[in-house]
Design a protein around this ligand. Structure first.
Ligand SMILES: [Zn+2]
Length: 228
């Protein structure tokens, strides 16, 4: 299926604004377009979940932006809020400005093969800084997905990114099934006095992605016999 593009929703835009305010002050002046892509792109056997691009001077004659950031919508929806923030923060880190006040794309601080680290250790400055960062890093929330056998497997975003689309879809539906029973009771408690159920409230309170929150809301509504 052809890749489809969509403008980002308020959830992503709000998240990006708050990350910019907290950590990327120089970007307060930048014009950044956020887009959702219908699937991840692939490079070297891995999924790419998001990408930041600089809008060229040539393109600026047509569109009024300095940067363009796209995020893979299906992957984004299945990340926990903390992981979504990490992904958006990552893309924003690519958006830099040099000493001449020109917008630039910054490269990753470090890049290395796991096998080289295992065989040769921390052999350059980039890895030394990376090692410092790892030591001070908080433990991320990992995504829990149930396997077909009913066990609960814990996958990192990186592992998710390496899964084939078929695997991803299967695990995704299993995960939604697993999370249904686990969170349904908690979600029911979030229905307000007027009987309204807000997806964003479920996302916030139960710390789940949009897809899961929407599923939970649909479950509550269908239990009541309402059309979803
Ligand atoms: Zn990157």
């Amino acid at each position: 299926m052809a890749v489809e593009w969509d403008l980002a929703d308020d959830h992503l835009l709000e998240m990006a604004r708050s990350i910019i305010r907290d950590h990327h002050e120089h970007l307060l002046e930048a014009r950044i377009a956020f887009l959702y892509r219908s699937e991840a792109s692939k490079s070297g056997g891995k999924f790419i979940l998001g990408m930041a691009k600089k809008v060229s001077e040539e393109m600026k004659t047509l569109i009024n932006f300095d940067f363009l950031i796209w995020i893979s919508k299906p992957h984004f929806d299945n990340l926990e809020i903390d992981q979504q923030r990490a992904l958006v923060d990552h893309e924003l880190c690519h958006c830099g400005r040099n000493i001449n006040e020109e917008w630039i794309i910054r490269k990753h601080d470090f890049e290395e093969f796991r096998a080289v680290i295992q065989r040769h250790g921390i052999w350059n400055d980039d890895l030394r800084w990376a090692n410092e960062a790892f030591k001070g890093a908080k433990q991320p929330t990992l995504i829990e997905l149930s396997t077909p056998g009913g066990e609960v497997a814990t996958l990192t975003g990186d592992q998710l990114a390496r899964m084939s689309k078929g695997q991803f879809t299967r695990l995704e539906s299993d995960a939604i099934q697993a999370v249904k029973d686990e969170l349904l009771e908690e979600a029911k408690a979030l229905v307000d006095e007027n009987g309204e159920i807000s997806i964003s409230k479920i996302q916030r309170e139960l710390r789940v992605g949009y897809t899961r929150a929407a599923q939970l809301r649909d479950l509550i509504l269908s239990a009541r016999g309402e059309k979803v």
